[in-house]
Design a protein around this ligand. Structure first.
Ligand code: TYD
Ligand code: MG
Length: 464
């Protein structure tokens, strides 16, 4: 047999190179190539003799009864699409210290208290540290099977046993290793092999396998992209460390909607669920300040109201600055261009700052009209009419286009005591449940200007 030589694997994208180079040809990352022992060679070509024909079946067979395992943390359950699915693998990624271990320990303890057998295997923390945390969280009495281990062979021996737990949490996949591979824990080969072995056992035994993954400085889960392909669902736990709010976001889910978010608050007794995120994102919002618009958005299956703030100031330097937090900067450039071309609002010599309050990141085009309203309000130094929500997509021609789920957005706004809504013209909406909301239909972006009380008085901010 040919001697297995070492290979050079990019730790960022997983590409394999014949020799070491400073920069990966396939993803252009610098210093990401690490020498690894070659894996056992896969036989080339397949002979057809001796193969057992696969058995085909039909689509309409009764699916296996898979009762989901509800953790009781409603935000987590919803993001998973209604609890953990037996025989599935879930990857939870996030920055260090964001609260992944805390969240999963809480979920583990709640599940265990409800009678599910749960194993929590940590490769990062010692038993004492985890116990200390459990005490702090008031969960020390929960019957969770706790272990500190990193060797996959030992872990599999425990998880593949007849009395193995139904839910296993591996914190984290980057600390686990397979002793038949030479490379260090955390390398592409190790992460991939460890995950493969764990997932195989989970699928066979109907366990729920939860893997914690580190993220790189770019914010994606460290290790090969293939890890995200291997698992059934990928959740990201995000938030500003300085801010106590945390968002759990599904970016892939074979059993539910993606773009679903769960909102938590980090308290000294662990993570608390935030049942009504709109109230959180609107905290501190003032109707009487210019440059602020409330966007009625949809995150996953849920309407969420969030404040969009804009600041427009004459530029001190030659080139105008555009800084965006929580929205796409390309989209902001587009809105500024449409405002200029179609409405004659020239921001070319102004710095523009845009911020989505509360640390949320919006990806819906439906926020266009709210951004435009915030910009116009900032530029005119005139607040929007009191208690107004805005949504709608803006096209390059300056037309305002409809967005989905208008009813749900309007209902949420009415529930939270809003009185007006700027929405796209010809929006299909049911009459019910939108309360006394006064609706202004906007067909063209330039119609937005008529919604402000003209003429604008500089710095005149009316009291309520
Ligand atoms: P942790 O779950 O260890 O983060 P990760 O596993 O994602 O690295 O979270 C640790 C942080 O959470 C730490 O900085 C302290 C904070 N924390 C609280 O504020 N309250 C608590 O009750 C707990 C357990 C942690
Ligand atoms: Mg941790």
């Amino acid at each position: 047999m040919a001697r297995a030589s070492n290979r050079f694997v990019c730790q960022s994208c997983g590409a394999v190179h014949g020799k070491w180079t400073g920069r990966c040809d396939s993803c252009s990352e610098w210093n990401s190539i690490v020498e690894e022992a070659a894996e056992a060679t896969v036989p080339k070509g397949v002979s057809r003799s001796g193969g057992k024909a696969v058995a085909f079946t039909s689509l309409d067979g009764a699916p296996e009864n898979r009762t989901r395992r509800l953790t009781g943390l409603k935000e987590l359950d919803r993001v998973c699409g209604g609890g953990f699915v037996p025989g599935s693998a879930l990857l939870v990624g996030g920055d260090p210290g964001i609260g992944k271990s805390t969240l999963l320990l809480q979920a583990a303890a709640l599940l265990a208290r409800a009678g599910t057998s749960v194993a929590y295997i940590s490769g990062e923390e010692a038993i004492d540290q985890i116990r200390l945390r459990a005490h702090r969280l008031g969960l020390a009495d929960a019957p969770v099977s706790l272990a500190a281990a990193t060797n996959i062979r030992d872990i599999l021996a425990a998880l593949d046993a007849p009395d193995a737990a139904d839910v296993a949490i591996i914190d984290s996949i980057q600390t686990m290793y397979v002793d038949t591979l030479d490379s260090a824990p955390g390398t592409v080969a190790q992460v991939r092999t460890c995950a493969q072995e764990l997932i195989r056992v989970a699928k066979r035994r109907g366990q729920t396998m939860i893997l914690v993954g580190h993220v790189t400085k770019e914010g994606t889960i460290a290790g090969p992209r293939v890890l995200e392909h291997m698992v059934d669902a990928v959740l990201y736990f995000e938030g500003e460390r300085a801010n106590q709010f945390r968002l759990l976001r599904a970016v892939k889910n074979r059993f539910g909607a993606t773009d679903e978010i769960g909102v938590f608050e980090m308290t000294d007794a662990g993570l608390a669920e935030v049942a009504n995120p709109s109230e959180l994102f609107l905290a501190g919002h003032s109707d009487t300040v210019s440059g602020s618009a409330v966007f009625a958005g949809i995150e996953g299956t849920r309407p969420v109201l969030v404040e969009i703030q804009a600041l427009v100031a004459p530029t001190a330097l030659g080139t105008a600055r555009r800084a965006v937090v929580g929205w796409d900067s390309g989209r902001l450039a587009m809105i500024i261009a449409v405002l200029q071309t179609r409405c004659g609002l020239n921001l070319g010599s102004h710095d523009v700052y845009l911020n989505v309050a509360g640390g949320l990141r919006i990806s819906e085009p439906g926020a266009d009209l709210a951004v435009a309203a915030a910009l116009v309000s900032a530029h005119m130094d005139q607040p929007l009419p009191l208690r107004t929500v805005v949504f709608g997509e803006v096209g390059l021609g300056g037309e305002v286009r409809g967005v989905g789920q208008a009813d749900a957005r309007l209902r949420e706004a009415a529930n939270l005591g809003f009185e007006r809504a700027f929405i796209p013209a010809r929006t299909k909406k049911g009459k019910k449940d939108t309360g006394n909301l006064q609706i202004a239909e906007i067909a063209e972006l330039r119609d937005l200007f008529n919604q402000f009380d003209a003429p604008a008085k500089p710095k005149a901010i009316d009291a309520v």
